[in-house]
Design a protein around this ligand. Sequence first.
Ligand code: ZN
Ligand code: ZN
Length: 285
Amino acid sequence: MKILPVAFDSLGVRSMATYVETSDVRVFIDPGVSVSPDRYSLPPHRIELDRHREMWEAITRWVGMSDIVIVTHYHFDHHNPDHPEIFREKDVFLKHPREFLNQSQKERATTFLSRIEPYAKSVNIADGKSFDFGKTRIVFSEPVLHGLTQQLGYVVQTMVEEDERFVFTSDVQGPLNNGALDFILDVKPNSIVIDGPATYLLGSHYKKSDIDRALENLLKIVEGCRLTNMIVDHHLLRDLKWSEYVGCFSKTKRGLKVCSAAGFLGKEEDQLEAKRKDMYNGQPY
Ligand SMILES: [Zn+2]
Ligand SMILES: [Zn+2]
């Protein structure tokens, strides 16, 4: 199985866009990308807007090569209603567009669905279901909380299984809740893409005990699964000190590589959002 992180926070944008290829099927998960409208009370820097464009181009290229496109929830860093044409002739698997949604995502889902339906080959509800493509099985979790409460709505997690198992957690903020954790511990992936806790919101939206709980849950995943690759990115990579939180996990288990999406690709992290102040100050970033 080939796993390719396409657009991620460690690559300079808000996204978890991922391409997965097995011998049976080519899958794209969450074709969306955004930049923070306001970080350190500053709007996006020109460099971030350029990167946003580059990353969207990369997403459209890889979606073009995919058979299946999955949308795990209706935040704009995970789907893009303005370019429904990328779904032309694709089999689309969506987080349920009417159930287990907060009000804003319900409205976004209705708009998105009406725009992609004329293009897609098929539109399928993903929540809690599994689908076989030759020897490849794709399993979706039941809707799980986008973090701690219903405020941010729900997501579906995705497992792709061929000879090994790969899990894409979507936005579970750690994971912070047991529903998200239980799915991961149940399917026991060999590789995982996980968003990690939003440590940059510590003191404003999250308490230290929330971050501690997310880290405890990450440790349970490390101990409970036969992981070789743990790619932690997205929310955690908005913090320049991200590796201080998860670097220790590599030492917990032999053969486990813990890295960002950039690290998985053999690149340096390029955390543009976290370095926005430096870019505005004309400092090297
Ligand atoms: Zn989200
Ligand atoms: Zn997100």
